[in-house]
Design a binder for this molecule. Structure first.
Ligand SMILES: Cc1cc2nc3c(=O)[nH]c(=O)nc-3n(C[C@H](O)[C@H](O)[C@H](O)COP(=O)(O)O)c2cc1C
Length: 190
């Protein structure tokens, strides 16, 4: 049976993003449970309602990738105690046009890291509020990760054992949630 397909969104467009490194380490950590792919958001133009009738190719691709996914993992930094603009832009494109909300009914898991003590907590809380409003079915709990130099080691694994166990627990719960909400996909029969 095919593993559930996970769309992974990184809320940063920075080349050396610590959240992208964490996302990739989590993809390795959950590789036995998910077939995970990073979905680009850094090439989406600034949302403009005028363009909804003729959506840019990158937006069409983005929404297609969301449509195919059984679940969405969002790994985000915090910018000015809230959601980074590049991520909010992607959220808005995903939500539109009216009647074509890509987020509704999708299982979602939100996490993220920052060097600050509260590990992107406020960005995650704001994002939870937005995504719940858009109809995503979010995994409960609080997955705030304070960035430390060994968070992701030279082999791309979560370096700290306690953090690895902490995130593994969330990934296990998320696999369970996605499994409960996913009707056996036509994808696996194709
Ligand atoms: C515009 C901006 C605002 C930021 N605001 C916060 C903040 O509110 N809280 C926080 O913990 N870190 C904040 N930071 C620091 C980020 O946590 C840090 O740059 C981190 O590396 C961003 O994640 P990334 O490497 O995945 O892009 C901010 C950084 C930038 C560039």
């Amino acid at each position: 049976m095919a593993k559930p397909l996970l769309a992974v969104i990184v809320g940063s467009n920075r080349r050396e993003s610590i959240n992208r490194k964490l996302a990739q380490a989590m993809m390795k950590l959950g590789a036995d449970k998910f077939d995970a792919r990073i979905v680009r958001i850094d090439d989406l133009q600034m949302y403009n309602q005028d363009n909804e009738g003729n959506m840019p190719a990158e937006v069409v691709r983005f929404k297609d990738e969301l449509a195919r996914a059984d679940g969405v993992l969002i790994v985000t930094p915090e910018h000015d105690r809230s959601i980074p603009a590049v991520l909010k832009n992607a959220v808005d494109w995903g939500a539109r046009p009216w009647g074509k909300n890509s987020w509704a009914g999708k299982p979602g898991f939100i996490t993220g890291t920052s060097p600050g003590a509260i590990g992107s907590a406020l960005a995650q809380q704001h994002l939870r509020s937005v995504m719940t409003g858009l109809g995503m079915i979010l995994l409960g709990g609080e997955a705030y990760v304070t960035f430390k130099p060994n968070l992701v080691d030279d082999h791309g694994n979560v370096g700290d054992e306690a953090t690895r166990k902490f995130l593994q627990g969330f990934l296990d719960q998320f696999a369970f949630l996605v499994g409960r909400l996913t009707v056996e996909p036509a994808r696996s029969a194709a």
